[in-house]
Design a protein around this ligand. Structure first.
Ligand code: PEP
Ligand code: MN
Length: 347
């Protein structure tokens, strides 16, 4: 951390900062230039944060040099992590495809979606039972009945399940059915939810808030990690911009940026970012080409009748196209298509 003194700062102002830092257990190195004095601080940055340095007399600016997150940073853990969900690896050597319906509607629709997912190369099933909808009048999900359907379809197909949890009170319930907990874009800064999933003992898929910076996203991951859970996968799902041609703007550069800052795997949601079926395969290609560790895709056997997000759900013809991408692109990136190393027993 560096304290940049204002041009009018006095020697007494500088001495005050040095005393405060030393009293807090740190070291302060004063460097006098012609116009300004700067003070380099060495020690516990969080401790310095409690000193309110910015508001002290004579201080012009305080610049943080190290990143504000620790556990999820590559400074803390230089090599990239592999997170395993129900035997399926997500990490730097593989491309993991997660696919399924936006929302669970019926056992038949969920099973049909899971079979489409498998045909596209997926090794995990997605599906919402608790849906965080913009409108209170829109379908809110089947709740526990939806979780039960997901567990049945897992037993039939062997695909581990990721599903969203929207409030701390239902974390235990969702954990009793799911292999991975999803925190959605609208919940990324629900800090009590982040703490609850951090204590739940299950891998977490953390979607980027649609209005969140990459740093805010990584700070959200830090909340989960701080509770002892480092099994976190980050998901770029598009952000709000001025553009209206797509539902959100896929921030493709967020993938390598987040991978450089954090050791956690980063996957892409081409469905919720584009919001349009015709963009899902092109955005999936872009995701793999930029180095994403996987994708999460909406599919539906009958999108016209879907209760949620039918416009972006892949149908059979697209599944063949996505399967062709998955048969070739992972190798081009020096990866393999992710498969369960220890598949779930299919009942
Ligand atoms: C979803 O994946 O079902 C979902 C609601 O996504 P997001 O939180 O990214 O909108
Ligand atoms: Mn959706």
């Amino acid at each position: 951390m560096v304290v940049v003194m204002a041009p009018e700062a006095t020697q007494a102002d500088v001495d005050t900062i040095v005393d405060l830092v030393q009293t807090a257990g740190g070291e302060a190195f004063v460097s006098r230039g012609v116009a300004r004095t700067i003070i380099g601080l060495v020690g516990d940055v969080d401790q310095f944060g409690t000193l309110n340095l910015r508001s002290r007399a004579g201080v012009g600016d305080v610049v943080r040099i190290s990143v504000p997150y620790k556990l999820v940073s590559r400074e803390h853990h230089p090599s990239r992590s592999v997170i395993t969900v129900g035997g399926v690896p997500i990490g730097p050597d593989t491309v993991t495809v997660i696919a399924g319906p936006c929302t669970v509607e019926t056992p038949e629709q969920t099973l049909a979606s899971a079979l489409m997912a498998k045909a596209a190369g997926a090794s995990m099933l997605r599906g919402g039972a608790f849906k965080p909808r913009t409108s209170p009048y829109a379908f809110q999900g089947l709740g526990e009945a939806g979780l039960r359907i997901l567990a049945e379809v897992r037993a039939e197909t062997g695909l581990p399940v990721v599903t969203e949890v929207i409030d701390p009170a239902s974390v235990d319930l969702v954990c009793s059915y799911a292999d991975m907990l999803q925190v959605g874009t609208r919940s990324m800064q629900n800090f009590t939810l982040l703490q609850a999933v951090g204590s739940a003992g299950k891998p977490v898929l953390l979607k980027r808030g649609m209005n969140a910076t990459i740093e805010e996203w990584l700070m959200a991951a830090e909340y989960i990690a701080q509770r002892g859970n480092l099994d976190i996968v980050l998901c770029e799902r598009g952000i709000r911009t001025f553009e209206t041609a797509t539902r959100n703007t896929l921030d493709i550069s967020a993938v390598p940026v987040a991978q450089r800052l954090s050791h956690l795997p980063v996957i892409v949601d081409p469905s919720h970012s584009g919001g349009r079926r015709d963009l899902v395969v092109p955005l999936s290609r872009a995701a793999i080409a930029v180095g994403a560790d996987g994708i999460i895709v909406d599919v539906h056997p009958e999108p016209a009748a879907a209760l949620c997000d039918g416009d972006q759900a892949l149908v059979d013809a697209d599944i063949r196209e996505l399967a062709a991408v998955m048969a070739t692109m992972p190798q081009l990136m020096g990866r393999t298509l992710s498969r369960a190393t220890d598949p779930l027993t299919v009942g």
